[in-house]
Design a protein around this ligand. Structure first.
Ligand code: NAG
Length: 132
């Protein structure tokens, strides 16, 4: 009786440690954590990046007032504040409805402002930004 239980416990521990090893938690920078995890000023943003099972296609501003980005495909505590040149660029060409676009477009924009897709397939990903 005691043996299977012990075996089960050991298995659970092993399983748990394997998983927690892979699933190390990195928290988005906060005002408090920046001292421990400082900005990498000369880093390069990686888009899209994964943070806590969510995918981000551009600079984000949770926790901090100013937008930041991850420097690794999966966020690992390396980050930087976004300057104008760090934001995700338009992706050309991109597919929108039944057309391929090689430039920013006003199509489908209520106010006629030019926009572009941040991935090659707008129909699937729906991530976009206004063109300046
Ligand atoms: C994450 O990005 C930083 C900054 O570019 C780099 O120094 C580090 O080696 C990267 N980590 C991994 C695991 O690739």
């Amino acid at each position: 009786m005691a043996q299977p239980v012990a075996f089960l416990l050991v298995s659970i521990c092993l399983f748990h440690s394997l998983f927690s090893f892979q699933e190390e938690d990195y928290y988005a920078p906060t005002i408090e954590s920046i001292i421990r995890n400082p900005e990498t000023e000369d880093g390069v943003c990686v888009f899209p990046f994964w943070y806590r099972s969510e995918i981000f296609y551009d600079c984000v501003n949770f926790n901090l007032k100013h937008k930041w980005c991850s420097l690794n495909k999966t966020f690992q505590g390396y980050w930087k504040y976004c300057a104008l040149t760090d934001y995700a660029p338009c992706t050309f060409p991109f597919w929108y409805r039944r057309m391929i676009y090689w430039d920013c477009t006003e199509d489908g924009e209520v106010f006629g402002k030019r926009w572009c897709s941040l991935t090659p397939n707008y129909n699937k990903d729906h991530v976009w930004k206004y063109c300046i």
